[in-house]
Design a protein around this ligand. Structure first.
Ligand code: AMP
Length: 197
């Protein structure tokens, strides 16, 4: 199963992707995780991306498209994958269409988790508190200023990606305001139609 999870930062993509990964035994391809790992490893891409990520801005399309193109060719992605955090611009969506066509792969579903802005802000505030309480180092881009930039990038550049998939009838929208379990149920419902098809 080849799946895209769309949604604003804090919409619950990562949480749901982790559940889907277990259920369908396919990898979660999070461009955010890949970029953070590259930054820690201090690769040229990671070094270039780090300041941009920390400020909450989007890394260039060329960099992320290159990362995803390499990642979907790994053997574990042959059976399927969950794209989490990609595509985030129309250009990335077009590049993904081209790379999937080249690889003779088809997308099975594009699912957007819809959450309103007030809820996103309170979820991120909660994530910061929980991380602090656990004594873990938090994400540099989970501070109010960077989060505002991330939301703006989402609204300006990523929200149109949903319309891009809706135009070709590939988009399903799920209410991401519901409980984590209810969202999982919503995803199961959409995906069970696809698995059976
Ligand atoms: P995430 O973990 O998905 O919230 O991503 C964290 C950060 O990584 C984003 O705020 C961007 O700076 C960068 N990033 C992740 N995915 C992409 C993408 N598809 N395009 C551009 N930048 C990205």
């Amino acid at each position: 199963m080849k799946l895209i999870l769309l949604g604003a930062p804090g919409a619950g993509k990562g949480t749901q992707a982790a559940r889907l990964m277990q259920k369908y035994n396919i990898p979660q391809l999070s461009t955010g995780d890949m970029l953070r790992a590259a930054a820690v490893a201090q690769t040229p891409v990671g070094l270039e991306a780090k300041a941009i990520i920390d400020a909450g801005r989007l890394v260039s399309d060329d960099i992320v498209v290159g990362i995803v193109a390499a990642r979907i060719q790994q053997p574990d992605a042959a059976r399927g994958f969950i794209l989490d955090g990609f595509p985030r611009t129309i250009n990335q969506a077009k590049a993904l269409d081209a790379m999937l066509a080249d690889a003779h792969m088809d997308l099975d579903a594009v699912i957007e988790l819809k959450v309103d802005e007030a809820a996103l802000l309170s979820r991120i505030a909660q994530r910061v508190k929980q991380t602090e309480a656990a004594g873990k180092p938090g994400r540099a881009d989970d501070n109010p200023e960077a989060f505002k930039t991330r939301l703006e990038a989402y609204q300006t550049l990523t929200a149109p990606v949903s319309a891009y998939y809706a135009k070709t009838g590939r988009l399903a929208v799920i209410d991401g305001m519901a409980s984590v379990d209810a969202v999982t149920e919503g995803l199961d419902k959409v995906l069970s139609r696809i698995v059976k098809a």
